[in-house]
Write a protein that binds this ligand. Structure first.
Ligand code: ADP
Length: 488
């Protein structure tokens, strides 16, 4: 269709000088698209229960607050209409409007009593308000149309001004629910345009006639009302967005505060437990009750020593965690022979493994595998994974350790055949102070921080810690490093 007007162009101008004929349609299309997008954004349906509920409530509160104002306006309109036009029409229209007001107020009061919280209910109320708005808008528009009809061919000062006032009233007060605002404006626009167009159709005057001027003025006023509505709508939307942001921020701060206070209470508890035990042991020894029983006294000292070791492990872990989380941990990266590192860690763990009756079974790689890592931190990660494998194995079992390389990763696998980990326990395994089963801790000790720290350390190496496990059959923990590019 658009090509028709342009097909005549070559007759008027040489093809070479013709400006690109596609420019106008493309621009017109993009403007239309922009307009459509703008309308769609303004009228978009809310999908968040909280936002829709707020819209519905704001709309209803506004509507209830304006009840007496509306009543005054309707009474004044009825008086003017009854005095200057027709009393019967004035009474009929006034009663119809009062009926719609009754329905609207009854629905509004129901919404005020509504407890809220459900998106479905919010949608139902929005739809009911929409129907109610259809009714009340129809009553006002009909009233204006009847008065205009009674006036015959004239300037229709009163009905057009009433419609203008009603449109402006909707723009200012009904922007909370854009669909209702759009509906009201659409219905008023139809009658607004119908009144002058009906006169034009009856008289068919020349363009100089005041009836044409009336139509053009109506179109101008309509644009003004629509512009006002979009401004109010946009301001209201911005307010809602800001409210959402504040709510979101409040939830974030609250969550952070809860995590912090939970962390403080867990840390205090974790510190107090070994400290109480040390205090108790020292207190007993101080009484002198075991002066003549060195075996008992030694046992008590042993308890105090174990707990002090636990306490210092906990404090070290806490300090490490704090450093890692605040980004203050320093790493001294070096090229390390991974197999040699693993053997070194297993050697250091040997005595510990023996107390549990566990043996390590290491399969060295065929070739030397070099990783770019911090020796002490890698030691810390391997120690944690090896000691867990030992702790959670059953006496007499083996812990298998392997080193693998894939196309782009280097993997260290530590496989035990112990108690295993139930499915969906990742959060507990890698969480702070969390253990899969609290009874584990009594049997095996530990801070519940080791893997959390290991994860952070491996992340700093560009790697990760993962596991697979079958409850009752054992677990395989894997740490992986990226293979360094030769050119790097
Ligand atoms: P902990 O100091 O308690 O060992 P970790 O962070 O190292 O803390 O481990 C967290 C929890 O993960 C352990 O308490 C245990 O419940 C579980 N876990 C870790 N490794 C194993 C494993 N090899 N077998 C079974 N459970 C394990």
């Amino acid at each position: 269709m658009t090509s028709a007007p342009y097909s005549a162009a070559p007759a008027k101008a040489p093809t070479t000088d013709v400006p690109p004929v596609t420019a106008r349609p493309v621009r017109r299309m993009s403007t239309a698209m922009r307009l459509r997008r703008r309308v769609r954004t303004l009228l978009r349906f809310e999908t968040s229960a909280a936002r829709l509920e707020k819209q519905v409530r704001d709309y209803v509160m506004g509507s209830l607050e304006l009840f007496w104002k509306r009543q005054t306006i309707y009474a004044a309109a009825a008086l003017l209409c009854g005095f200057y036009y027709d009393l019967q029409v004035a009474v009929m229209c006034y009663l119809f409007i009062q009926f719609t007001e009754f329905c609207d107020t009854w629905l509004s009061l129901q919404i005020v009593r509504w407890k809220g919280g459900s998106l479905r209910e919010a949608r139902r109320y929005r739809n009911l308000l929409f129907l109610s708005a259809v009714q009340s808008t129809a009553a006002i528009a009909l009233w204006a149309a009847i008065v205009a009809e009674m006036e015959g061919i004239s300037s229709h000062f009163m009905p057009l001004f009433f419609l203008f006032a009603a449109g402006l009233f909707a723009a200012v007060n009904n922007h909370q629910i854009p669909q209702i605002l759009a509906l009201r404006l659409l219905m008023y626009t139809v009658v607004f345009l119908y009144i002058p167009i009906d006169d034009l159709l009856q008289v068919r005057p020349p363009i100089q006639s005041f009836l044409w001027l009336q139509l053009f003025t109506v179109v101008f006023v309509l644009f003004f009302v629509i512009e006002c509505s979009t401004i109010f709508l946009r301001l209201y939307r911005r307010g809602l967005d800001q409210l959402d942001e504040i709510r979101h921020e409040r939830d974030r701060v609250q969550a952070a505060y809860e995590v912090k206070s939970q962390f403080v209470s867990v840390v205090s508890h974790e510190l107090r437990t070994p400290l109480t035990s040390i205090n108790g042991a020292l207190g007993l020894l101080r009484t002198g009750a075991y002066e003549n029983d060195p075996t008992k006294a030694r046992n008590i000292l042993e308890i105090a020593h174990k707990n002090s070791v636990r306490l210092s492990a906990l404090i070290n872990d806490l300090l490490d965690l704090q450093k890692l989380e605040s980004g203050q941990m320093t790493y001294n990266f070096d090229e390390l022979d991974l197999a040699a590192m693993v053997e070194e860690c297993m050697g250091a763990m040997e005595t510990f493994a023996q107390t549990y009756g566990i043996q390590f079974d290491f399969t060295p790689p065929d070739e030397m595998v070099v990783v770019h890592a911090d020796r002490d931190r890698l030691h810390q990660v391997l120690d944690n994974i090896l000691s867990n494998a030992v702790k959670f194995s059953r006496r007499g079992e083996k812990v298998e350790v392997r080193i693998h390389t894939t196309a782009d990763r280097i993997l260290v696998e530590v496989q035990d055949h112990g108690i295993g980990i139930p499915p969906n326990s990742r959060d507990k395994v890698f969480g702070k102070f969390t253990q899969v089963d609290s009874s584990d801790r009594r049997a095996h000790g530990g801070t519940g921080l080791g893997l959390c720290i290991a994860q952070e350390i491996m992340a700093a190496h560009g790697g990760s810690v993962n596991y697979t496990s079958t409850l009752g059959e054992g677990s395989t923990f894997v740490i992986d490093f990226p293979i360094k590019d030769e050119e790097e």
